[in-house]
Design a protein around this ligand. Structure first.
Ligand code: 7GP
Length: 839
């Protein structure tokens, strides 16, 4: 260890009060200072966005002291660190969350008020970085929040897409997409770090050579090089000093690379190269649970993975830790297979760039990585054509062949009499056109493999990853997902949170199990009344919003029945729609029928290329257009599709729900996380035995959960018997009526063709078995309607749901990962209390 130059040892950080102070006067002064010196505006000409930016910078200043102290502590201690590799981080807005985590929400609200500004309006200004599609990306964001809160050293690594998930508009009932320009008005939360840029090689060929010590080596001569520029965002934990880093890579051209073309006068050619390089981080692929197999997507994967692994090596060099200890310094969690190329890339870095032997490199690699699987859907399993792989990543393909050969030798020893195991387990799919199977690479290269809910992990072991489970049973484990109560309760539902804290104190925010204490208030009439009132007020606010934005009047006393998630056939938004049509049919048959008034709300995006999902959106809107204005309905039913669902909007939706729709075909939804967010906010769930629904029901009690439908086993059994949806259509009169009404053109201005593709699929294939579950769903929904009338019973059920959601905090999930295989413990960050007088 060399002794650092004493002149360069950082003295204790001393910055003036305006950058760190947390009292109201200081906050106001700092805010006005930032308005002047950063936004360059005086109040007369400042926009709401200027005010938002001035406030964001004020808050960012207060994060920086904690962020730098965190980085300094980790560096000094050489702390073991989790690197969370994810192609998506769906963060949502930062400002409100940072105010909560700093503990200054109320003071800032007052400071703004004293300046004549409204905090809510400023919070609304923030454009969220929509750098994810749905569950997988949002889970990554919840986990980063929990890791910071639990003081776990961690770095999130991903891609800084210039365009995140598209903005959704609805025109004539159809989804239309608009590009998301989240960076347009400036993004105050990040710090670019060009000095830590790294080169990433693409294409070309490999050459063998013998080095000066006579060793056999391989050199990769790339076709070109792209630079990755890190952009860092601090992520502060809740009421701790820990602020960890999210490091997102932006692709840039390696400037010096095409000097030849430039000098020979081909300026346009040189600029073209630059454009092609920058394309890599241009746009997020808008697919959830679907792999499209596009070249640019593979480029995105190698790009962020290579940047991140090189960055880890740089960090080790900076801390003077020898590279042999890579797996002691870092554990690298792969969020699905999007980063699975990391297994080959780390091998390449260790062998080609750092001269390790194969065995040494493989020993490190297989102690470093862990793989989380997020889906069983075959269309989401990533495979890359060999030809594409060879064109972009010739060296990685060689390494994968070698990994595979050694792996298949093990398989042969293990199963000498079963040659079919070789083709089944091979990393290379050779059944037709040849592919690299990324899940197989991830399994072979990882020390741990997990699913995201108990059922999902079991199904992985029995199904897609069965052979790997047999071979490496100890690698497999379950980590049921969780969500952060800071964003999805404290921030999004301040009134409920306050009511809870008044009864059981504030500790539940960090120890969600303490919500259990609410159970003793379940019979307290005051608490019940307050609980109901909070829900009512929030529903009324949403009703006002809907009136203003959609011109539809909804009744805040009606049952708010909400399905908010990506649109997907397996999630069965159209089963929900069939219930609506069924209720409508009953009203048309008997306008005086007794029914519980309901407001059906939908939200969610369809992948732009997923035609059926888009048709489901059109169907919901078409039904709404008719039902909402039919006088026979007498406002007892309202149906609305709320456009452009986002994290920000989700925060408004969860607190307003009475009923949460979690109705996927059993065995298809790996976990679900919206199910948790709804229940924490006092919605009851109608759901199948799928994903985490099963565990939610176990926790809240079966009497407090509306269960219906086939189990995963029954789904498989029915399919095996030969499932004929048409039989259900013919034998179930309400189902037939509902389908026939849609087919008749009743909801489509007489157009009988419009929904035919959707109805044909249902009647003749029905892959997701809506018809088989239809009657059970209808009966369960009718029962929900009855229970809702019994206000006391309903309230009791909702309180018990909230009280029993402790398990579903992402803090619990992160603690499980830490104890089970991350083997990381908290590193508290000490900050000497700053006092202005001390200067
Ligand atoms: C999702 C699963 O569909 C959802 O059930 C789960 O809660 C969530 O991950 C978090 O674990 N999967 C995706 O978003 C996805 O795109 C394919 O998976 C890779």
């Amino acid at each position: 260890q060399t002794v650092p130059d004493p002149r360069l040892v950082c003295p204790p950080v001393r910055v003036e009060d305006d950058r760190t102070g947390l009292n109201i006067e200081t906050l106001k002064r700092a805010f006005l200072d930032n308005l002047f010196y950063i936004q360059g505006k005086f109040p007369d000409i400042a926009t709401q966005n200027d005010y938002y930016m001035a406030l964001a910078y004020t808050v960012r200043d207060r994060l920086l002291k904690r962020w730098l102290k965190t980085a300094q502590t980790y560096t000094e201690q050489g702390s073991r660190t989790v690197c969370y590799l994810s192609a998506e981080f769906l963060l949502g807005p930062h400002l409100g969350k940072n105010l909560i985590n700093l503990g200054i929400y109320d003071d800032v609200q007052q400071a703004m008020e004293e300046l004549g500004l409204d905090l809510e309006t400023l919070l609304e200004q923030e454009e969220e970085p929509g750098l994810g599609n749905g569950g997988l990306g949002r889970l990554a964001a919840c986990y980063l929040d929990s890791m910071a809160t639990l003081e776990i050293p961690s770095i999130g690594y991903g891609i800084r897409y210039e365009y995140g998930i598209f903005e959704q508009d609805i025109r004539d009932g159809w989804q239309i997409e608009r590009s998301d320009k989240w960076l347009r008005s400036g993004y105050p939360w990040e710090v670019p770090r060009p000095e830590w840029s790294v080169p990433v090689k693409i294409g070309g060929h490999t050459e063998q050579y013998t080095d000066e010590r006579g060793r056999f080596r391989v050199r990769w001569v790339p076709h070109h090089v792209v630079m990755g520029v890190p952009h860092d965002t601090p992520l502060l934990g809740y009421q701790v000093n820990t602020a960890n880093t999210l490091r997102l890579w932006r692709a840039e051209a390696a400037e010096s690379f095409d000097f030849d073309a430039f000098n020979s006068g081909d300026y346009v050619g040189a600029v073209h190269e630059k454009m092609v390089s920058e394309n890599i981080s241009k746009v997020l692929y808008p697919n959830d649970n679907i792999s499209q197999g596009k070249e640019l997507r593979l480029l995105q994967q190698i790009f962020f993975v290579s940047c991140s692994l090189q960055d880890m090596i740089r960090i080790m060099e900076g801390q003077k830790i020898p590279l042999e200890k890579f797996h002691e310094k870092f554990v690298v969690q792969m969020n699905d297979t999007h980063p699975a190329i990391a297994v080959a890339e780390l091998m390449r870095l260790l062998i080609d760039d750092h001269c390790m032997t194969w065995d040494q490199a493989w020993g490190i690699t297989t102690r470093t990585f862990a793989y989380t699987n997020h889906t069983l859907l075959p269309e989401a399993l990533e495979r890359w054509p060999i030809a594409l792989f060879k064109k972009l990543l010739p060296r990685h393909l060689e390494l994968i062949y070698e990994i595979n050969q050694r792996f298949l030798d093990d398989v042969r020893i293990r199963y000498p009499e079963q040659p079919q195991m070789l083709s089944q387990m091979s990393i290379i799919d050779e059944s037709g056109e040849r592919y690299v199977r990324m899940a197989h690479l991830a399994c072979v290269g990882s020390m741990a493999i997990n699913g995201v809910a108990a059922l999902h992990t079991e199904l992985l072991k029995q199904g897609v990853l069965h052979d790997f489970y047999e071979m490496y049973p100890k690698k497999f484990n379950n980590k049921t997902n969780g969500v952060t109560p800071r964003r999805f309760m404290v921030l999004s539902n301040p009134r409920l949170s306050r009511a809870i804290t008044e009864r059981i104190g504030p500790n539940w925010v960090k120890h969600l199990d303490e919500l259990k204490k609410l159970e003793s208030y379940v019979d307290d009439p005051n608490f019940r009344q307050e609980f109901r009132q909070i829900k009512f007020d929030i529903k009324q606010e949403l009703a006002t919003y809907i009136q203003q934005n959609y011109g539809v009047a909804i009744n805040p006393n009606s049952l708010f029945d909400i399905q908010a998630k990506r649109i997907h056939e397996y999630k069965r938004q159209h089963l929900n729609a069939l219930y609506i049509v069924t209720l409508y049919n009953r009203i048309k048959a008997n306008p005086n029928i007794e029914i519980t008034p309901r407001t059906f709300l939908f939200g969610g995006k369809a992948a732009p290329g997923y035609y059926t999902a888009k048709l489901i959106i059109k169907l919901i809107n078409a039904i709404g257009d008719v039902v909402n204005r039919d006088p026979d309905v007498r406002d007892r039913l309202k149906v609305l599709f709320l456009k452009d669902y986002s994290v920000k909007f989700a925060q408004r939706i969860y607190p307003a729900a009475d009923l949460s729709e979690q109705i996927s075909t059993a065995g298809k939804e790996a976990s679900g996380t919206g199910n948790m967010k709804f229940a924490m906010n006092g919605a009851l769930t109608i759901g199948t035995l799928d994903g985490a629904n099963i565990e939610i029901r176990e926790e809240v009690g079966e009497e407090n959960f509306f269960l219906f439908g086939m189990t995963a086993d029954e789904v498989y059994a029915r399919k095996a018997q030969g499932y004929n949806p048409y039989d259900y259509y013919q034998s179930n009169s309400e189902l037939k009526l509902a389908i026939d009404r849609i087919a008749s053109g009743f909801f489509s201005h007489g157009d009988r063709k419009l929904f035919q593709p959707l109805l044909d699929t249902l009647m003749h294939r029905d892959d997701y078995m809506l018809f088989a579950d239809y009657q059970a769903y209808i009966d369960c929904q009718d029962y929900v309607g009855q229970v809702f009338q019994d206000v006391d019973r309903w309230t009791r059920m909702t309180i018990l749901n909230v009280a029993r959601m402790g398990k579903f905090s992402s803090d619990r999930a992160i603690r499980d990962y830490c104890e089970d295989f991350w083997k990381i413990s908290p590193v508290p960050i000490e900050i000497e209390e700053y006092s202005p007088e001390a200067i």
